[in-house]
Design a protein around this ligand. Structure first.
Ligand code: MTE
Length: 332
């Protein structure tokens, strides 16, 4: 990965968690009363928020997101403010600096969007995102996101269980893995046309089928109760909270059931540094840096906010059994 310095965001640009919670309740009340999620609500709390529009996607999606089931688990981690989540990004299709995706991802057109479902399943084809979302339940999920570069965030995603979607296509017994592909389009994703790019586009990722079916694995379409911003992987991105962030592929156009372990972008580029599994593990260091601790954003020079990294990013109770008997140092 390409390590960059921390985001330089002023304190007054931060949306406090309580404001988000209040706004979410307010939005749900407004929707219940028949009012549609509309941008005027976005700047309804001057002094707390920047002028970020409340929604940037179509009305049907904004409405579905605002009505998502609330997260019912107790979270002890503090949420990373919206402004950090959406301005400190890795999305190399738009540049290599952490601030590049927020600056340049406006060229991406996430609506309308189609997703191909392919490979070893009874049902395959190309589907409108709207149709796919009509068949799943949207839920809020607050997850830690731990990047392999040793920084982390806590993000309230809105999404659905990947397994809920995959089961609808009836994967066959030959479906041992699930491969994901990002959009390939130099016009929308300029870095894909760069002669200096070091990634073999399109960005690709993959999971074992049992990892893909695990209830913690989601496809996100929103965050902080809003439509997913382009820089975070609109309109559809994977989130696998116990794995390093590079597994959470953005702007997905293809999902394929495969028999063999699929090739994945970072593993192809540097197999000794980035494994296929990429489970968060403080005891398995990256060859060039330690994974024992992480910088929890927001962090700065005088408050670096360094915390210990947890095995499986703290989701061991739920996922450790997926890897029983496996040598995690070998299958990193
Ligand atoms: N997906 C695509 N298509 N392209 C990318 O460059 N970067 C990955 C992952 N998904 C990436 C991607 C990496 S390295 C990380 S850490 C996360 O996205 C970052 O997600 P975020 O920007 O929403 O925090």
């Amino acid at each position: 990965m390409f390590i960059k310095s921390s985001a330089d965001i002023k304190e007054n640009e931060i949306t406090p968690e309580s404001v988000y919670r209040d706004r979410r309740r307010f939005m749900q009340m407004a929707l219940g009363a028949g009012a549609l999620a509309a941008s005027p609500l976005a700047s309804s709390k001057p002094g707390f928020m920047t002028e970020t529009p409340l929604t940037s996607g179509p009305d049907w999606l904004a409405k579905q997101i605002a009505q998502a089931e609330a997260y019912d688990k107790k979270i002890t981690d503090k949420l990373t403010p919206y402004e950090h989540v959406t301005s400190y990004n890795n999305f190399y299709e738009f540049g290599y600096d952490k601030s590049d995706p927020a600056k340049h991802a406006g060229s991406l057109q996430p609506h309308p969007w189609r997703v191909e479902i392919a490979g070893h399943a009874d049902k395959t084809g190309v589907f409108d995102l709207e149709d796919l979302l009509g068949k799943v339940t949207l839920r809020e999920r607050v997850y830690r996101l731990r990047c392999v570069e040793a920084w982390s965030m806590v993000i309230p995603w809105v999404g659905f269980e990947l397994g809920e979607l995959l089961k609808q296509f009836k994967p066959t017994s030959r479906a041992k893995y699930v491969a994901f592909t990002t959009l390939l389009d130099k016009k929308q994703m300029p870095e894909q046309g760069s002669r200096f790019s070091t990634i073999d586009w399109p960005y690709r990722e993959g999971l074992r089928i049992d990892e893909a079916m695990h209830p913690l694995t989601i496809l996100a379409v929103g965050l902080y109760g809003k439509v997913l911003p382009n820089q975070n992987g609109a309109p559809l991105r994977l989130v696998v909270p116990w794995k390093y962030g590079f597994k959470s592929i953005k702007s997905i156009v293809k999902i394929e059931f495969t028999e063999k372990e699929p090739a994945t972008s970072w593993n192809v580029r540097a197999p000794n540094e980035y494994g296929f599994y990429a489970n968060v593990n403080p005891k398995v260091d990256h060859p060039r840096w330690s994974q024992a601790s992480e910088r929890r954003l927001p962090s700065g020079l005088f408050s670096p906010n360094i915390i210990d990294t947890q095995l499986f990013n703290g989701y061991g109770d739920e996922v450790a059994q997926l890897y029983s008997g496996m040598d995690l140092k070998k299958y990193y």
